[in-house]
Design a binder for this molecule. Structure first.
Ligand code: C5P
Ligand code: MG
Length: 157
């Protein structure tokens, strides 16, 4: 049994006017556009969920929660993350820290960094100091997308 395992995930959603923008479980106030998705389209929580699964070579959330399956129709991103956390814990590991990068041109998210980190910490049963949240613009290369990338360290507990 490895004492540590690294997980990595990515997700992207297209942005459209008239949608909510939710990142890390926090609704972004004043966002002109939000994520096109079946549920809340929270790219950060989808990314973290995939990172948890990948750390234990468990595949990805599309396999466990296909959006074509009516059973998962109303499943929100926090529930997906909770289920992935259960899978990880069920195999004897817990997350130790996460490093999340969100790429979005507008709006600026810096003022929400603490709130997003605290919310993710709450969902992943971590301290906020174990949740690194970085923001990047795409420098105009992907103005119609929100993108998230995350690494997570899993420890054998
Ligand atoms: O991508 P770039 O290097 O230009 O980002 C510069 C700064 O803008 C960083 O400090 C980053 O935290 C912040 N930023 C932000 N909200 C975004 C994108 C970037 O606060 N949506
Ligand atoms: Mg997604």
């Amino acid at each position: 049994m490895l004492p540590y395992r690294i997980g990595y995930g990515e997700d992207a959603h297209r942005l459209e006017v008239g949608r909510r923008l939710v990142l890390g479980g926090v609704e972004i106030p004043g966002a002109e556009r939000g994520a096109v998705a079946h549920s809340d389209g929270d790219a950060a929580l989808h990314t973290l969920s995939d990172a948890l699964l990948s750390g234990l070579a468990l595949g990805d959330i599309g396999q466990y929660f296909p959006d074509t399956d009516p059973r998962w129709a109303g499943l929100n991103s926090a529930d997906i993350l909770a289920r992935c956390l259960d899978l990880v814990r069920g195999r004897g590991y817990v997350p130790a820290n996460v490093a999340l990068v969100i790429t979005l041109d507008r709006p600026k998210l810096g003022a929400l960094r603490g709130e997003i980190a605290r919310r993710i910490a709450e969902l992943m049963q971590l301290d906020a100091g174990e949740v690194g949240v970085s923001f990047k613009t795409s420098e105009g290369l992907a103005p119609d997308h929100v993108q998230a990338r995350a690494a997570v360290l899993l420890v054998w507990a």
